[in-house]
Write a protein that binds this ligand. Sequence first.
Ligand code: FAD
Length: 401
Amino acid sequence: MIDFSLTSEIDNVRQRTRAFVSEHIQPLEDDPDNYDEHENIRMDLCDEVRAKVKQAGLWCPQVPKERGGMGLPFVGQAVMYEEANYSIFGPVCFNCAAPDDGNMRVLNQVGTEAQKEKWLQPIIDGTTRGAIVMTEPHPGGGSDPTMILTMAKPKGNDAWVINGHKWFITGAGVADHLIVLAKTSDEHRRELTTFMVHKDTPGVEMIRKVPIMGPEEHGGHCELKFHDVEIPDENRLMDVGRGMKVVQMRLGAARLTHCMRWLGLSKRSMEIAQDYINVREGFGIKLADRESVQLMMGEMAKEIHIGRMLVMNAAWKLDQGDFARPEVAMAKVHCANMLHKVVDTAIQLNGARGYSKDTILEWIYRYARQARILDGADEVHKMVLASTYRAEGRDFWSWGS
Ligand SMILES: Cc1cc2nc3c(=O)[nH]c(=O)nc-3n(C[C@H](O)[C@H](O)[C@H](O)COP(=O)(O)OP(=O)(O)OC[C@H]3O[C@@H](n4cnc5c(N)ncnc54)[C@H](O)[C@@H]3O)c2cc1C
């Protein structure tokens, strides 16, 4: 049965994460010199905070303890990530930011021991970073991965040669370890395979960093080309034709951890609004005492709470070994739109101050817009929900056991 009370271990992690963020991370947001060209925390500063995170035992919550992480279940991650993203710099300092959060999780799930040592452990150790390389410009694969045109052709029995064009690859400007999705056959549902490629392999070309409207992860969003990139067969993840499986395993959990982080940003936005309306007066009374303002605050609280319920439900199902596909889709659509709505309302309640760079609201507002597109646009998730309901009928609403 779902039980929303936290274990003492998870509640302890929640409290320690909250204290760490407020002491070591949040104050860094105030100094413009602490930001890099991505509007993210400067890398050298990030490394300093990461050293403190490791000492505090809050490093890599999603990774098993025996590999140097915290080994938290999804429910525990939901609790911690929300606290971590109370600061815009939080997740990357705990090594639970996209894309490495999802990359580490999937490499741990599908990699062989040798692959984990080579491709996963350095990301866990924080000595390198990874990127997930799927999306292609028109006419290649985006929302529909079966349209992927990047080809991997076998060379003899123990090598592959990759050719293709990818874009919007988060973090590729600093990532060494690329998880690349490529077409290996025309067989329906088994056309794709996933490979590990080191960015220094001959033939990997960085074309440009795609400029975007909002703040971004270290390394930006890159456009890459693969020209006759030769890699050994030992770099293949899972069997030939199992690329969609790898991607589904990666994206299912990664979408949910996005939601966990967005909840943190939403709660912070609401608090910034509350702080302002508590003191700001107009027309004889405080804004916080105005019913129309209270309706806006109540709406934000309700939206955030719905998001938390959806996330906890999906996290709990994942912890039971369920893929939780519809639950994750619902959480993703709701939390993406909730973040956008909450930060928009918080800006409105802060008046001109909300539109300024004196608070982080404008940063969050620009960042929020991507949420409704990346890792599956809203419409695609709703399409999945509709087709699941169509197939399951009344069973769609079962509570599980
Ligand atoms: C900030 C950011 C970071 C990203 N990081 C990565 C990354 O690290 N690696 C990576 O591989 N990709 C990444 N992406 C790409 C992202 O996953 C794709 O943008 C997303 O899957 C949508 O694909 P597309 O952009 O090709 O949109 P398209 O497939 O061209 O779709 C365009 C629009 O059409 C509509 N649409 C599409 N399909 C349907 C449908 N079935 N029903 C109704 N409407 C539909 C939607 O509104 C959609 O937004 C990133 C994108 C962003 C914005």
